[in-house]
Design a protein around this ligand. Structure first.
Ligand SMILES: *[C@@H]1O[C@H](CO)[C@@H](O)[C@H](O)[C@H]1NC(C)=O
Ligand SMILES: *[C@@H]1O[C@H](CO)[C@@H](O)[C@H](O)[C@H]1NC(C)=O
Ligand SMILES: *[C@@H]1O[C@H](CO)[C@@H](O)[C@H](O)[C@H]1NC(C)=O
Ligand SMILES: *[C@@H]1O[C@H](CO)[C@@H](O)[C@H](O)[C@H]1NC(C)=O
Length: 641
């Protein structure tokens, strides 16, 4: 290696000396003035800088002489971080990393307090890498000629897809084309098989054609908490051996491509294959590993239905009522999925409402969702339990508790619906005014009030708002939080008047939420009371005093105006700030954002998190469409509609 000119080294050395000095100075400063903040918690360890430095950063901002009127981009607290690397180019745009106004960048550094440290861009939030979804396949081929039956089958497939998707899988419906694509198909064609075995072979050929994954019957759905051990194992998508789940009949297998192929070849070579009825008879015992734990999977096989749901079985067994019986099945499965969810969250649903005196309007959509979630599902067999949980607690009278706490609570059996307002919206509501000048914001408003209020119990009162961010982000997007929370952006919540957005909620939860307060009257057995909608919780107003009708109306109108201004300010800045009004809106927005760095960060993070989730599902639907020409599910819809 050639020796460099020693003079070139000098500045570098100086740099090192300077940053070391700065670090030491900061340390002395902080250890002296912030004894409490050294008691760091779990989350802080994951952050490259400690709480002490965070609070000092906060102090520095607080003591800034004045936020200049034309506001250069002080939003980036990066300059406060003495350990920052020398990078000055923003990371490249990743594929599919924006939706509407939300933009994001996927990186392992997502827990860092500020995204802009990584993206060098205030609008781009850093999100955790998207988990690869394990594939779960089902083989579906309708034998029915009648349209009504086909429609019900389609509904059942939809129930199957939604339930697996919500549990973090990628459900794929296979059909004959996939089976025929398998090179072993010709060999199977040459065999004279019994009907049942022929179907079983087609199923295995289709699975073998796709490779490693889970093969599920389309009447087998996951029904358990997200962190169930079997589901966690399945989600990893690595299957060392071909496994049969004893007790699920042939409802579910897992295996790798090589193992599946081996089993199919073995069956083909079996001399008496023309008299066998299942794979088990056609292959050696040692081909399958047998697993007894299957509690997370509910399989509605004929044997199960006969044993557990006689009402349904009776209908199904008579040709004249078979279609009627089948029509009850989607609703029954949906109600069991909903019941399982309700049982998982035995402490009820918490609708987060920090700063309760002024945020009643903000949480309305969240309350609406909570009430529907706590409602008893309509079911053809009231008080029935899922096949895999014979001792469930059926929903009889909307007995799920809805609370409206002012703080986030980390209780594993509590489901939290949180609504994050933009700081502009929140400041307007808190101070009942829309024009927020620099002076007013700096002198009259608290910083990051939402973040501080929401995490008061979780993180105590000693921390700065910056150092609360890692824990808060973890609560949104960490695997523990993700399974127990739903986060909404106050300005664009799931809108109740659009079919599409309600759909998105169904895919999030894995079942269709009740959407009508009373029974639809279609169920055969008259269902008593339970379908009435639960009333809003008594503590609707959290800890604040109940608002009068007049106050509520004022709050609502203030909220709507703030929403509009916020929307305008975004378009204003995008269009080069040509319009006078937009320009001042954009400036106001920047002032409020610069003053509330943590609240703004949370808002952007949640907005991007939600947008990416929607995008992922839409992308998958399109992918399914394009599957081998056209996915079975798509082919199937075409045939029916
Ligand atoms: C099964 O196949 C064997 C030979 O491949 C044949 O001898 C036997 O008769 C077949 N049995 C049935 C029931 O078709
Ligand atoms: C909540 O509690 C669980 C387990 O008790 C823990 O793993 C998790 O990190 C906690 N999350 C937060 C944000 O406190
Ligand atoms: C909740 O149910 C009501 C009717 O009871 C319905 O109008 C509303 O759209 C539902 N909302 C959600 C989010 O499901
Ligand atoms: C981006 O989305 C499009 C369509 O939604 C899809 O075809 C493409 O594969 C996606 N790209 C990546 C890298 O995910």
């Amino acid at each position: 290696m050639p020796l460099r000119n020693p003079c070139a080294l000098l500045p570098r050395r100086l740099q090192v000396v300077a940053s070391l000095t700065l670090a030491v100075l900061l340390f002395i400063l902080l250890l002296g003035s912030h004894p409490t903040s050294t008691s760091s918690t779990d989350y802080i360890h994951r952050v490259p800088y400690g709480p002490a430095i965070q609070s000092s950063a906060h102090q520095l901002v607080e003591n800034l002489p004045q936020i200049p009127h034309d506001l250069p981009h002080v939003n980036t607290p990066a300059w406060l971080n003495p350990f920052r690397g020398p990078a000055h180019t923003p990371p490249p745009e990743q594929a599919n990393s924006s939706s509407g106004e939300a933009r994001w960048y996927t990186d392992f550094k997502w827990r860092n307090p500020f995204s802009s440290d990584t993206t060098l861009d205030e609008e781009r939030a850093v999100l955790p890498p998207l988990a690869e979804r394990a594939r779960v396949y089902t083989y579906f081929e309708s034998t029915s000629k009648d349209d009504k039956t086909k429609k019900i089958e389609l509904e059942l497939l939809q129930v199957w897809r939604r339930a697996w998707w919500a549990q973090g899988f990628k459900p794929i419906v296979l059909g004959k084309p996939e089976a025929m694509n398998n090179p072993l198909y010709r060999a199977v064609q040459g065999l004279e098989l019994e009907d049942a075995m022929e179907k079983e072979m087609m199923r295995w050929l289709a699975w073998g054609n796709m490779g490693t994954g889970i093969l599920s019957n389309w009447l087998a759905v996951p029904m358990a908490a997200k962190d169930d051990t079997l589901l966690e194992f399945l989600r990893r998508g690595e299957f060392p051996s071909l496994t049969w789940y004893k007790g699920l009949e042939s409802g579910m297998f897992v295996g790798s491509r090589g193992e599946i192929e081996k089993a199919v070849k073995e069956a083909i070579a079996f001399p008496a294959i023309n008299t066998t009825k299942s794979m088990f008879e056609a292959v050696g015992k040692e081909t399958f590993a047998v697993e007894a734990d299957h509690g997370a999977i509910a399989f509605y096989s004929s044997a199960t239905i006969t044993a557990k749901y006689p009402l349904l079985a009776t209908k199904l067994s008579s040709p004249s009522t078979a279609v009627q019986g089948l029509a009850l099945l989607p609703q029954l499965i949906n109600s069991h999925l909903h019941t399982t969810w309700q049982n998982t969250f035995s402490s009820g649903i918490a609708v987060l409402k920090p700063l309760p005196a002024h945020t009643t309007t903000l949480i309305q959509p969240a309350l609406d969702i909570a009430r529907n979630l706590s409602q008893c599902p309509s079911t053809p067999i009231p008080a029935s339990c899922p096949p895999n949980k014979p001792r469930c607690k059926p929903c009889v009278s909307n007995n799920m508790l809805i609370s409206v706490p002012p703080v986030l609570r980390n209780t594993s059996s509590l489901f939290t619906i949180a609504t994050v307002p933009h700081p502009y919206t929140l400041t307007s509501l808190l101070h009942s005014r829309l024009d927020l000048g620099v002076k007013f914001v700096r002198r009259e408003t608290d910083r990051d009030s939402w973040t501080v209020a929401a995490t008061k119990e979780l993180l105590g009162t000693g921390l700065s708002s910056f150092s609360r961010l890692p824990a808060l982000k973890d609560f949104v997007a960490g695997s523990y939080g993700e399974a127990r929370t739903l986060w909404l952006v106050a300005e664009e919540p799931v809108r109740g008047d659009s079919e599409l957005d309600l759909d998105a909620l169904d895919w999030h939860f894995g079942f269709q939420l009740p959407r009508s307060p009373v029974s639809d009257g279609k169920s055969v057995t008259p269902v008593p009371g339970p379908e009435r909608r639960p009333p809003p919780p008594k503590e609707e107003f959290g800890e604040g005093p109940p608002l009068s009708e007049q106050e509520l109306m004022t709050e609502r109108s203030m909220f709507m105006q703030a929403q509009m201004i916020l929307r305008d300010s975004a378009t204003g800045s995008a269009k080069g700030k040509t319009r006078g009004g937009s320009k001042s809106f954009a400036q106001t927005r920047e002032v409020v954002e610069a003053w509330n760095l943590a609240d703004t960060e949370v808002w952007r993070f949640v907005r991007a998190w939600d947008a990416r989730r929607q995008l992922e599902r839409r992308g998958w639907e399109e992918e399914e469409e394009g599957f081998l020409g056209k996915g079975t599910f798509g082919r199937w819809i075409d045939k029916i509609t």
